[in-house]
Design a protein around this ligand. Structure first.
Ligand code: C2E
Ligand code: CA
Ligand code: CA
Length: 754
C-alpha cells in the first residue's frame, strides 16, 4: 500500500505540473494572440475602415465638384459655384488632409493633391469666365473638359489607393480570423488534454481509494487479529500491542500492560539469531506458565523495529503429544506398541547390548474371538495386559520392558538378561501366574511363547524379531507346551516351508498335481464300493508326500484353491467312472478343515456336482475330527446342509482326535474311517484291538458304515471281518492308483467272479 501511495503521489505531482505548464503555455498563447487580434482590429476600426470610407467620400466629392460646375455652366447660376462647388471642394480638401495624416506620405495622394490644386485653379478661372460679360463659352467648355480629365485622373489615383486600403482591410479580417482559429484550436487541444488527464486522474483516484480501503483494512488487521501482536523498538521498548495481547495476559493471569511477560526469556538471543538470517524472520516455541506459545520474530530493518506475533499453540502441542503417544502406544491398553518395540530393539542393537525378546500371543486367538466376540475378547486382552504389567514388577522380569504389539500379541524385551532369566524360568513364571488366574470372561487362558536372542538369533533387531515370530508361530502349532525358543534349525525349517509354499503355488499354476484313486472293498461281497481320492505331486522329479505339503497348503491358505480343484476334478472323474458302468461307486474326497469352514463350502460342493453332473450319492466327503472341534454348532448345520444335497459324509482318521463320542450322535454322518494306526498292530496289540472293536460296536449301534484304513495283510482283514467291519482300504487290496491303472484294476475286478 505504501508503495502504491508513493507512486500515486508522484504521478499526481507530474500531472499537476504538466497541467500547470499547459495552462501557462495556453494562457500566454491566448494572451499574445488576443493582443494581436486587438491590435489588428483596432487598426482596422480606427484606421483602415475610416480611410477606406474617406477615399470613397473623396471620390464622391470630386464627382460632386464636377457636377456643380456643369450645373453652373448650364444655368449660369453662380450659386452652384459658391455654394455647391465650394462646399464640395472644402469637404474634399478636409478629407484629403485627413487622408494625408492617416495614410501617410504617398506619391499617389500627393499627385491627387496637386491635381486638386490645378483643378481648383481651373475652376476659379472658369468661375471668372462665367462671371465675364460675355461669357467665353468656348473657353468655358475647354475649362470643363480640362477639369473632367483631371477629375478622371484623380479618381484613378484615389481608386488605386482605395483598393490598397480595401486589401488592407481584407487582410486584417483574414488575420483576425486566422488568429481566432488558432486560439480556438489551442483551447480545444487544451480542453481535450484536460479531459484526458481528468480521466487518467479519475482512474488513479479510484485505484487509490480502493487501495487506501485495503490499507485501512490492513491497518486494522493487528487490532482485529485474535493473536497478540507486539512491536518493540531497537531498545526492546514496547511501542505497540494489540487488544489480543491484553486478553492473553489476562488469560495467563499475568500483569496487565506488562507485555514483556509474554515474550520469551531469551529474547535477546533469538533477536541476534533473527538479525543473522537473510529473511530477518524466525519462529520459536516456548513455555509461559502452562501455555505453549509460538512467537514469530520479524526484524523490520527500515523502521528499526521488532514485530512479534504470538500464537497460543497449547492445544496443538497437546494434540501433537497425544498423537506422539498414540503413535507409540497401543490404543486398547496404553502399553508401548510395536513401533516403540522396534525403536527399543534398534537402540539396544546399535549400542551392542545383548537382549532377550519374548513374544506372547493368546493361544488360538481367532477361535476365542469367533466364539466370544469382539468385546469380550478385548476385555480379556485388557485383563491380560494388567496381569502382565503386574508380573513385570517381579524380579525375574523387573529389568524387562513390556509392549502390546498387536491385538493378541505382547512382547517383553530384557536387556542383558541375567542367569536367572532363562527362557524356561520366564516361561514357568508366567505360566504359573496364568494357571492360578481366573479371567472374568474365560476360566483359563493359554499363551504361546516365542523366544529369540540378540545377537545369537539375528544380526539386527528386524531379524531377531523375525526369529521370535518364527518361534511364536511354531509354539502356536504345538499341542502342549506352547513355548518355543528359536534355533537355527527351526529357522531353516521355516525357510524350507516358505520355499515349499511358493513351490505349491507354482505347481498349481503349472498343473503339476494329479489325482490317484485308492479302491475301497466291501468285506461282505468283495466288491469295489468306493474310491478315495488322494493327491499326488511330482516336484523336480521327486514325489512329495501329501502328508508334507497338505499341511503347508493348509497353513498358507492355498488349500482353498487347491481343494476346489481337487473337488471339481474328482467329481469329473467320478462321473466318468459312473458313465463307464460303475454306477454304485462312491468317490471319497478329503476335505481339509480350512476348506470346510469357509462359508461358501456347501455352495462349492453344489457347483462341483452341477458342473460334473455327478449324482450326489456318488460323492463322499471325508472330514476329520479336527473340523468338528472348531465350532460345533456351525459344523452340525453345515453337515446337515451337505446331507440335504445328498452327499455321503465320513469321519476320517476316527479315534485319533478328541473322540468325543457324544457328538457322533448329533452329526449326520454315514461312515467312520478307523485310522490305520489302530489297524497296523491289530494282531499284536490288545489295546488297539479293543479300540477297534469299540469303534465298530459304536458304529453299528449308530447304524454307521465302518471302514478300516491301512489294511496291509489278510490277517488284519480276517480280524476286522470277525469284528463286524464293513469295508477295508489298504495296500492289501490296492495301493492308490493313477487313473489309467485304476481303469484296468476295475476292469479286471469286474471280470472276476464275485
Ligand atoms: P488320509 O486321508 O488318511 O489318507 C490315507 C493315507 O494312507 C494315504 O496317504 C494313503 O496312501 C495311505 N495308505 C493307504 N493304504 C495304506 C496302507 O495299507 N498302508 C499305509 N502305510 N498307508 C496306506 P497319502 O496319500 O500319503 O496321504 C496322506 C494324507 O494327506 C491323507 O491322509 C490326507 O490327510 C492328506 N491328503 C491326501 N490327499 C488329499 C487330498 O486330496 N485332499 C486333502 N485335503 N488331503 C489329502
Ligand atoms: Ca482320507
Ligand atoms: Ca485316514
Amino acid at each position: 500500500m505504501e508503495n502504491f501511495t508513493h507512486s500515486f503521489n508522484k504521478r499526481i505531482k507530474w500531472i499537476y505540473f504538466l497541467l500547470l505548464l499547459l495552462a501557462i503555455v495556453l494562457s500566454a498563447t491566448v494572451y499574445l494572440r488576443g493582443e494581436k487580434i486587438r491590435h489588428t482590429a483596432e487598426q482596422l476600426i480606427t484606421q483602415d475602415i475610416p480611410t477606406y470610407d474617406l477615399f470613397r467620400q473623396y471620390q464622391t466629392q470630386l464627382n460632386d465638384q464636377e457636377r456643380y460646375l456643369y450645373e453652373y455652366y448650364a444655368t449660369i447660376d453662380e450659386e452652384y459655384f459658391s455654394q455647391g462647388y465650394m462646399g464640395a471642394r472644402r469637404l474634399a480638401n478636409e478629407h484629403l488632409l485627413v487622408l494625408n495624416q492617416s495614410f501617410g506620405y504617398n506619391t499617389h495622394l500627393q499627385q491627387a493633391q496637386n491635381n486638386m490644386q490645378i483643378m481648383d485653379n481651373i475652376a476659379q478661372q472658369f468661375h471668372q469666365n462665367m462671371l465675364g460679360k460675355p461669357v467665353n463659352w468656348d473657353l468655358a467648355r475647354e475649362q470643363l473638359a480640362q477639369l473632367s480629365d483631371l477629375r478622371r485622373l484623380s479618381i484613378e489615383l484615389v481608386t488605386h489607393l482605395t483598393n490598397i486600403t480595401a486589401d488592407k482591410v481584407n487582410q486584417s479580417k483574414h488575420d483576425i480570423q486566422d488568429e481566432l482559429w488558432q486560439v480556438r484550436g489551442f483551447v480545444l487541444v487544451y480542453g481535450l488534454i484536460t479531459i484526458l488527464i481528468a480521466i487518467m486522474v479519475g482512474r488513479g483516484i479510484k485505484a487509490y481509494i480502493a487501495a487506501s480501503a485495503t490499507s485501512n483494512r490492513l491497518s486494522l488487521f493487528p487490532k482485529r487479529n485474535p493473536n497478540p501482536i507486539i512491536s518493540l523498538d531497537e531498545a526492546n521498548r514496547a511501542i505497540f500491542s494489540n487488544p489480543a495481547t491484553q486478553k492473553m495476559l489476562l488469560k495467563l493471569e499475568l500483569e496487565a500492560e506488562h507485555v514483556h511477560c509474554l515474550l520469551p526469556e531469551n529474547l535477546d538471543k533469538y533477536q541476534q539469531e533473527v538479525k543473522d538470517t537473510d529473511s530477518h524472520f524466525k519462529r520459536y516455541e516456548y513455555q509461559i506458565k502452562n501455555a505453549t506459545l509460538e512467537c514469530e520474530l520479524h526484524w523490520l530493518a527500515d523502521e528499526k523495529q521488532w514485530d512479534i506475533h504470538l500464537t497460543d499453540v497449547s492445544a496443538r502441542k497437546q494434540a501433537e503429544l497425544e498423537l506422539q503417544f498414540q503413535a507409540f502406544h497401543h490404543r486398547e491398553t496404553a502399553l508401548e506398541n510395536e513401533y516403540a518395540l522396534r525403536n527399543s530393539l534398534d537402540l539396544a542393537a546399535a549400542q551392542q547390548h545383548s537382549y532377550l525378546l519374548l513374544l506372547l500371543e493368546v493361544h488360538q486367538f481367532s477361535l476365542i474371538l469367533s466364539n466370544r466376540g469382539y468385546e469380550m475378547t478385548h476385555a480379556l486382552i485388557k485383563e491380560l495386559a494388567l496381569l502382565l504389567q503386574d508380573l513385570m514388577q517381579d524380579s525375574i522380569l523387573s529389568n524387562g520392558r513390556l509392549f502390546h504389539i498387536s491385538s493378541s500379541k505382547f512382547a517383553i524385551q530384557i536387556i542383558e538378561p541375567g542367569q536367572k532369566q532363562s527362557e524356561s524360568d520366564i516361561y514357568r513364571f508366567i505360566e504359573a501366574s496364568l494357571k492360578d488366574r481366573v479371567f472374568q470372561c474365560m476360566h483359563q487362558l493359554e499363551l504361546d511363547y516365542g523366544f529369540a536372542h540378540f545377537p545369537q538369533h539375528g544380526h539386527d533387531s528386524s531379524s531377531v524379531s523375525k526369529s521370535a515370530f518364527t518361534a511364536l508361530e511354531q509354539a502356536g502349532h504345538r499341542e502342549q507346551d506352547h513355548c518355543v525358543v528359536f534355533t537355527h534349525e527351526l529357522g531353516q525349517k521355516v525357510a524350507y516351508e516358505l520355499d515349499m509354499i511358493a513351490n505349491i503355488r507354482q505347481a498349481m499354476n503349472d498343473k503339476q498335481f494329479e489325482l490317484y484313486f485308492q479302491p475301497q472293498l466291501s468285506i461282505q461281497n468283495d466288491q469295489v464300493v468306493g474310491l478315495e481320492v488322494l493327491i499326488r505331486w511330482q516336484h523336480q522329479g521327486k514325489w512329495i508326500s501329501p502328508g508334507e505339503f497338505i499341511p503347508l497348503a493348509e497353513k498358507s491358505g492355498l488349500i482353498v484353491p487347491l481343494g476346489d480343484w481337487i473337488l471339481n476334478t474328482a467329481c469329473e472323474k467320478a462321473k466318468h467312472f459312473i458313465d463307464s458302468g460303475y454306477e454304485k461307486i462312491v468317490v471319497a474326497v478329503n476335505i481339509s478343515p480350512k476348506q470346510f469352514n469357509r462359508d461358501d463350502f456347501v455352495e462349492k460342493v453344489k457347483q462341483a456336482l452341477t458342473l460334473s453332473q455327478l449324482p450326489a450319492k456318488n460323492l463322499e466327503l471325508e472330514i476329520t475330527e479336527g473340523v468338528i472341534m472348531y465350532n460345533e454348532v456351525d459344523t452340525i448345520e453345515r453337515l446337515r446342509q451337505l446331507k440335504r444335497l445328498g452327499v455321503m459324509l465320513s469321519i476320517d482318521d476316527f479315534g485319533t482326535g478328541y473322540s468325543s463320542l457324544s457328538y457322533l450322535k448329533q452329526f449326520p454322518v454315514d461312515k467312520l474311517k478307523i485310522d490305520q494306526s489302530f489297524v497296523r498292530h491289530l494282531q499284536s496289540d490288545e489295546d488297539d484291538r479293543s479300540i477297534v472293536r469299540t469303534v465298530i460296536d459304536l458304529g453299528n449301534n449308530l447304524s454307521l458304515k465302518l471302514i478300516a484304513e491301512g489294511v496291509e495283510e489278510s490277517s488284519q482283514l480276517q480280524l476286522l471281518k470277525q469284528m463286524g467291519c464293513h469295508e477295508i482300504q489298504g495296500y492289501f487290496f490296492s495301493r492308490p492308483l493313477p487313473e489309467p491303472e485304476l481303469v484296468n484294476f476295475l476292469h479286471n475286478r469286474q471280470a472276476q467272479p464275485a
